[in-house]
Ligand binder design. Structure first.
Ligand SMILES: NC(=O)c1ccc[n+]([C@@H]2O[C@H](COP(=O)([O-])OP(=O)(O)OC[C@H]3O[C@@H](n4cnc5c(N)ncnc54)[C@H](OP(=O)(O)O)[C@@H]3O)[C@@H](O)[C@H]2O)c1
Length: 314
């Protein structure tokens, strides 16, 4: 155990990082052991990780010194920021700068940075199809992460482009809703586009594959997905596996979606519109084959649903 190389995991108690913690713990004969970073080692989630064999270290993305201490002696670090906790692009960038600086100071040999692309590369500044948000962003939680990539200069880093988790159906309340007529429906501004999706647990497994590959992916951007699937086809699969009758898909206009006003409606409206309007380049920058090479157990939507249907609130 002591001779195993340490992977420090930011977001260990969460969805992406938790997947990596579980993947390292399951890889009993592997070369790595896991250090789980959390603001609260006394939380139930943190205690569960410790009980499963992870080392727990207190660290806060807002406190660079705490990150530096948590990265000490680590070979690798999986780094993420959580936009949805504060909804601020500027804060997300500041937190990413803290992890990057801490990794640099601690001499971490391999960072996997969970990032996303800059959606502004697909739209001219005067493009009016969607509003600018928080000043200068189209999709703040994408664009801010992409801007933050620059903070990792000088750190051996793999830039991991993730995508929409199917787990959002229960994590973000995005499952179809039952109407008063007893029929199920859902609405997205996605038209007929296929959306790149992934089981969040598979992101961590892919990250482990990247660490195991040594230097192969250092300095590279790796785009992963489990399957590109339309909302219509997701609905058919839900109907089949959950026995809920046909799911009506309302392909609403993006402006309509943004106008619904729930927290993050404009952000998500812009995001789904990007998935729709830039379907070609978005899918081209993510590969099921690459993901399978990193994680042979990659799931498609049907397999993910079979394993997670009890969690989907219908
Ligand atoms: N939902 C999607 O489809 C999707 C797709 C692609 C990318 N993403 C991105 O994924 C990110 C969220 O990751 P997730 O889904 O794994 O999150 P999550 O399940 O909500 O968990 C958040 C994790 O972040 C940690 N964390 C938050 N603030 C922290 C801080 N100040 N210091 C230290 N740790 C902190 C939490 O740790 P403690 O509470 O234990 O400290 C927790 O482990 C977002 O930035 C989002 O943009 C989401």
């Amino acid at each position: 155990m002591a001779d195993k190389k340490i992977i420090a995991v930011v977001g260990a108690t969460g969805a992406q990082g938790g997947g990596l913690v579980r993947a390292i713990l399951a890889d009993r004969n592997g070369e790595f052991r896991v250090r789980a970073l959390t603001r609260n080692p006394d939380s139930d989630k943190a205690r569960a990780l410790a009980a499963a064999g992870a080392e727990l270290v207190r660290a806060d993305l807002d406190d660079q010194a705490s990150l530096e201490r948590a990265f000490a002696d680590a070979h690798g670090a999986f780094c993420l920021t959580n936009f949805w906790e504060h909804f601020s692009a500027e804060k997300e960038k500041a937190q990413a700068k803290n992890v990057a600086e801490a990794a640099k100071a601690a001499g971490v040999q391999h960072v996997v940075w969970s990032t996303l692309e800059d959606t502004r590369k697909w739209m001219k500044a005067d493009d009016t199809r969607m509003p600018m948000l928080q000043g200068s962003y189209r999709v703040p939680h994408f664009d801010a992460k992409a801007e933050a990539d620059a903070f990792f200069a000088g750190v051996p880093t793999t830039f991991l482009h993730t995508t929409f988790y199917w787990d959002n159906l229960y994590m973000f309340g995005l499952a179809p809703k039952k109407g008063e007529d007893g029929k199920y429906a859902w609405a997205f501004p996605l038209g007929n586009a296929k959306m790149a999706g992934i089981a969040v647990e598979d992101i961590g497994k892919c990250a482990l594959g990247i660490f195991k590959a040594g230097n192969q992916y250092v300095g590279k951007t790796v785009g992963i997905m489990g399957e590109a699937i339309s909302v219509e086809d997701m609905g058919k699969e839900l109907t089949k596996q959950l026995g809920i009758g046909p799911v009506t898909y309302n392909a609403v206009d993006a402006n309509t979606y943004r106008s619904w006003g729930f927290p993050g409606a404009d952000e998500m409206g812009n995001m789904f519109q990007v998935y729709r309007d830039f379907e070609g380049p978005f899918l081209a920058s993510r590969s099921v084959d690459t993901a399978k090479a990193l994680n042979p157990a990659m799931q498609n939507f049907s397999q993910w649903l079979a394993a997670n249907k009890a969690k989907v609130p219908v």
